[in-house]
Design a protein around this ligand. Structure first.
Ligand code: HEM
Length: 410
C-alpha cells in the first residue's frame, strides 16, 4: 500500500525532495485540482526568507502575468529566492523592472531583435549546427547536452551578440554556474562563488566588449545596443551590461534545455519520432510541443503590491507570487491528455511567459534555433537511441537536463 500523500497545506512545493527527477508533475496536478493557488510556508534552503504562493493553472498564471500593477517584477526579484542575486542587481535588468522604466529599456533592446535581423541569422545558425554535428563524425555515442546543444546555443547567441568563438566556453560556464546555482555539477563550488567571482567576471568582460564596440561598430547586437537611439535617448553603460547578462543567460540556457527535452521525448516515443521523420513539416509543431511540455524556466515570480484575492487565496502585500509554467502548460482544462507529447497538437502555451509586459524577447530566435537543431540532428541521426539515463539539473528554476546520453547510429 502506498503512503498517504502529505496534506497540501503542509506541502512545500520547491523543496529538493519534491524535485528528485525534474518537476513534480503529480503534485502540480493535485494542486490544480484541489488548491490552485497554494501557500508554501517556507523554503528550507533559505530559512531566513518568507514562503511563497504557487499559481498553478493557466488562467491564473495569465491573470498574474498581465497585471503588473498588482504583481510587480521590481519590488522583489523574479526568482523564487532573493538570496542568490542581490535585489539591486536584479532590478538593474529590465526583467526586474516595472513600467515605465521597463518599457523604455525593452523598446531599445527590441531594436536588436527585429524579424529581419533574426531571419538574416538563419544561415549562420544552420552552419553552426552542422559544424557541431560534423565534430561527432566517427563517434558512436555522445551526450546531446554537452556535445551538441551547449556548443550550438553558445555560438548562436555569441554570434548574435558579438562575442568571440574562443570565449563561448567561458560564457557558457559563467551562465551555468549562475543559473544552475545549487546544482553540484553546474555550480560545483557553491552559490557564494556566483556573486564573489562569476558575476564580476561577467561585468568585466561585458564592459571590455562595450568599449571595443564604441570604438569599432560592427553589425552585431552589442553594436546595435551601444549605438541604439530612440528620440535622442541612448542606453547607459550599466543598462547595456545588465541587458547583455540577461540575454546571454536566456540565450544559453533555455534553448539548450528545450532542445534536449524535446529530443528526449522523441527518442522515448518512436511513433512520434517517425511522424516527424516522415514529414519534417511537423518540426515546428514538435518545437511548440516541447516548449509546452518542458518549459525551460519552471517559474518566474512576482511580488504583490497590495492585498488581493486570487482564485480563492488571500494574498497579502509583499507576498511572493510564483507562476509555475511547468504546471500551467499541463493544465487539463486547456489540454487533452496533457502529459502526452504530441507533435500534431500545435498548442498555445506559456513557456515564454503568459503575455504581459515581460513576455520573452527572444521567442523568434529561440524558435528558429530549435527548429534548425531538430531538423539537422534528426536528418543526420534518424535512428539515434537513448544510451543511459538522462539526468535533470537539481533546480526548481531551470527545467533542464544536464546529461542526455545517446547512441548515434545504433
Ligand atoms: C526556449 C527558449 C526560451 C524560453 C523558454 C524563454 C522563456 C522566457 C520567459 C518565461 C520569460 C518571461 C519571464 C517573466 O514573465 O517574468 C522570458 C523573458 C525574457 N527572455 Fe526568454 N526564453 C527563451 C529564449 C530566449 C532567448 C534566446 C533570448 C535572447 C537571446 C531571451 C531573452 C529574454 C529576455 C530579454 C526576457 C525578459 C523580457 C522582459 O522582461 O520584458 N529568451 N523568457
Amino acid at each position: 500500500m502506498s503512503a498517504d500523500p502529505v496534506p497540501l497545506e503542509e506541502t512545500l512545493v520547491a523543496e529538493r525532495e519534491q524535485w528528485p527527477d525534474g518537476p513534480p508533475h503529480e503534485l502540480f496536478k493535485r494542486l490544480r485540482g484541489e488548491c490552485p493557488v497554494h501557500w508554501s510556508s517556507k523554503m528550507s534552503e533559505y530559512p531566513e526568507e518568507a514562503g511563497f504562493w504557487s499559481v498553478t493553472t493557466a488562467d491564473d498564471v495569465h491573470a498574474v502575468s498581465r497585471d503588473w500593477q498588482t504583481y510587480s517584477s521590481a519590488t522583489g526579484f523574479t526568482a523564487l529566492t532573493d538570496a542568490i542575486l542581490p535585489l539591486e542587481l536584479g532590478q538593474a535588468m529590465f526583467i526586474g523592472m516595472d513600467p515605465p522604466k521597463h518599457d523604455r529599456l525593452k523598446a531599445l533592446f527590441q531594436r536588436g531583435f527585429t524579424p529581419k535581423r533574426i531571419a538574416e541569422h538563419e544561415p549562420a545558425i544552420r552552419e553552426i549546427t552542422r559544424g557541431v554535428l560534423d565534430r561527432l563524425e566517427g563517434r558512436e555515442t555522445c551526450d546531446l547536452v554537452t556535445d551538441v546543444a551547449q556548443p550550438v546555443v553558445a555560438r548562436v547567441i555569441g554570434s548574435f551578440m558579438g562575442t568571440a568563438p574562443e570565449d563561448d566556453e567561458i560564457w557558457a560556464r559563467l551562465m551555468n554556474t549562475t543559473l544552475g546555482a545549487g546544482d553540484p555539477d553546474l555550480n560545483p563550488e557553491g552559490v557564494q562563488t556566483v556573486m564573489e567571482r562569476d558575476v564580476p567576471e561577467i561585468f568585466a568582460r561585458c564592459s571590455a566588449l562595450i568599449a571595443e564596440r564604441r570604438e569599432n561598430p560592427t553589425d552585431d547586437l552589442m553594436s546595435v545596443l551601444v549605438h541604439a537611439d530612440i528620440d535622442g535617448e541612448k542606453l547607459e553603460e550599466h543598462e547595456i551590461v545588465m541587458g547583455f547578462f540577461l540575454l546571454v543567460a536566456a540565450g544559453n540556457d533555455s534553448t539548450k534545455a528545450t532542445f534536449c527535452s524535446g529530443m528526449r521525448a522523441l527518442l522515448e516515443d518512436p511513433e512520434q519520432r517517425q511522424l516527424v521523420l516522415d514529414d519534417p513539416s511537423l518540426i515546428p509543431g514538435a518545437v511548440e510541443e516541447a516548449l509546452r511540455m518542458f518549459p525551460a524556466f519552471a517559474h518566474f515570480r512576482r511580488t504583490a503590491t497590495r492585498d488581493v484575492e486570487l482564485n480563492g487565496a488571500q494574498i497579502r502585500e509583499g507576498d511572493k507570487v510564483v507562476m509555475w509554467y511547468v504546471s500551467s502548460n499541463r493544465d487539463e482544462s486547456r489540454y487533452e491528455d496533457p502529459d502526452h507529447f504530441d507533435v500534431r497538437r500545435n498548442p498555445e502555451h506559456q513557456a515564454f511567459g503568459a503575455g504581459g509586459r515581460h513576455f520573452c524577447l527572444g521567442t523568434a530566435l529561440a524558435r528558429l534555433e530549435l527548429q534548425i537543431l531538430l531538423e539537422e540532428t534528426l536528418a543526420r541521426y534518424p535512428a539515434m537511441e537513448l544510451n543511459g539515463r538522462p539526468e535533470f539539473a537539481e533546480s526548481p528554476f531551470i527545467n533542464q537536463l544536464k546529461t542526455l546520453p545517446v547512441r548515434l547510429r545504433p
